[in-house]
Design a protein around this ligand. Structure first.
Ligand SMILES: Nc1ncnc2c1ncn2[C@@H]1O[C@H](COP(=O)(O)OP(=O)(O)OP(=O)(O)O)[C@@H](O)[C@H]1O
Ligand code: SF4
Ligand SMILES: [Mg+2]
Length: 349
């Protein structure tokens, strides 16, 4: 099938849609059973928006980003859904067509710059390679453009001749962002770009990303564990749990009045829920092993508000505030009006 143009409907009161993710599912093939790491995720991201994606380790954040960017490798496989970017469905594109769009129309900043940068190539050489992916570029032009993007992210252009190990962690992350900016794309996807940095370097990088965003108007999708970070810098938040989006709304609304019990738990663990799988303050237990997801609502074994219906049926997405989406039966009138279905399964929330 070709990458046919697809009509996208804008949301009233929001910026025009740049990226429309529809029912996207990703599986990792396993020896016994496949693991569904991204489960029917739907999400629209507007031009110039800063969308944060938050959730505990292993909930599928990186898998979702890699699926959007079409960078997944086996055993991961997109098993359903569409990713419509600027009206074109990336899902049906061949690698050659995708190479045309990467860097120029969208770019990706990985979790660890040390792994993403080539250790035996200078920063200038790597910037030039990114430019060459989109046509011939003279040595002089590559150096000029390389110097200007390095300056944009606050790196002295003398470092065009530096190797990655000669830069600090913060500078390497900045160099990755410089590379992502070479063609000032419409969308920059960032997977925990600041997680290896200390708090001061983290904040200064975030401020810089925001400044560049307001200057160039690109859209950012930003994955993190850190509620404090996205709370400060994102326009909207998608909260992920066990491969699914469980809450989606403006950052302001979520911080003011989190609706999903998991989001409430994340905010109780605020300012951050760094690191490997760990217990959240206020939420007992750990995220499920996605090979064996819990029945019904995936959060039910940990939920302080679990009801009779929760282990039996899977909640839909509801819109209690009108604009938001929350995957929880507490916002389903049918359930809440039924004394049996809404019977609490725990005595104390
Ligand atoms: N190579 C793999 N093979 C099989 N399953 C995998 C593989 N990588 C990830 N998974 C499964 O996909 C799930 C989601 O992984 P993913 O890396 O997307 O999570 P994440 O939210 O980015 O976690 P983190 O915050 O630790 O980066 C994991 O819980 C795991 O079950
Ligand atoms: S559906 Fe039930 S178990 Fe799931 S979050 Fe809502 S109340 Fe908790
Ligand atoms: Mg990850």
């Amino acid at each position: 099938m070709s990458a046919a143009d697809i009509a996208v409907t804008d949301r009233p009161g929001f910026p025009p849609v740049l990226l429309d993710i529809r029912d996207l599912s990703v599986e990792y093939a396993g020896e016994s059973a496949a693991v569904t790491a991204v489960d029917r995720v739907s999400l629209q991201v507007g031009r110039g928006e800063f969308l944060g994606i938050v959730g505990e380790s292993g909930c599928g954040k990186s898998t979702l980003l890699f699926a959007i960017a079409r960078l997944l490798q086996p055993p991961a496989e997109i098993v359903g859904g569409d990713v419509v970017f600027k009206g074109q469905n990336l899902i049906h594109m061949r690698e050659k067509q995708l190479r045309h769009l990467r860097w120029r129309d969208y770019s990706v900043v990985m979790q660890s710059a040390m792994n993403a940068l080539n250790p035996v190539m200078t920063i200038g050489g790597q910037l030039k390679d990114a430019m060459k992916a989109h046509g011939r570029v003279s040595r002089r032009d590559a150096r000029l453009r390389g110097a200007s993007v390095l300056q944009l992210v606050g790196i002295d252009p003398v470092h065009l001749d530096s190797f990655p190990h000669q830069l600090s962690g913060g500078m390497r992350q900045r160099a990755m962002i410089a590379m992502a900016l070479v063609f000032t794309p419409d969308l920059i996807i960032m997977d925990e770009p600041t997680s290896a940095l200390d708090v001061v370097a983290q904040r200064s990088l975030m401020v810089q990303i925001k400044q560049l965003q307001s200057e160039f108007g690109f859209t950012v999708i930003f994955v993190t564990h850190d509620m404090a970070l996205v709370g400060r810098y994102s326009d909207r938040l998608a909260i992920m749990y066990a491969g699914q989006i469980v809450e989606l709304d403006t950052t302001r609304a979520i911080f003011k009045d989190p609706k999903h019990p998991y989001t409430q738990g994340l905010l109780a663990a605020y300012p951050s829920v760094h690191g490997p799988k760990q217990e959240l303050k206020g939420i007992p237990g750990r995220p499920p092993d996605l090979r064996f997801p819990p029945s019904g609502c995936r959060f039910h074994p940990r939920c302080p508000h679990v009801m009779n219906v929760c282990p039996q049926e899977e909640p839909d997405l509801y819109a209690p505030r009108g604009t938001d989406l929350v995957r929880c039966f507490l916002y389903d009138r049918r359930v809440m009006n039924d004394r049996h279905l809404s019977q609490p399964l725990r005595s104390e929330p």
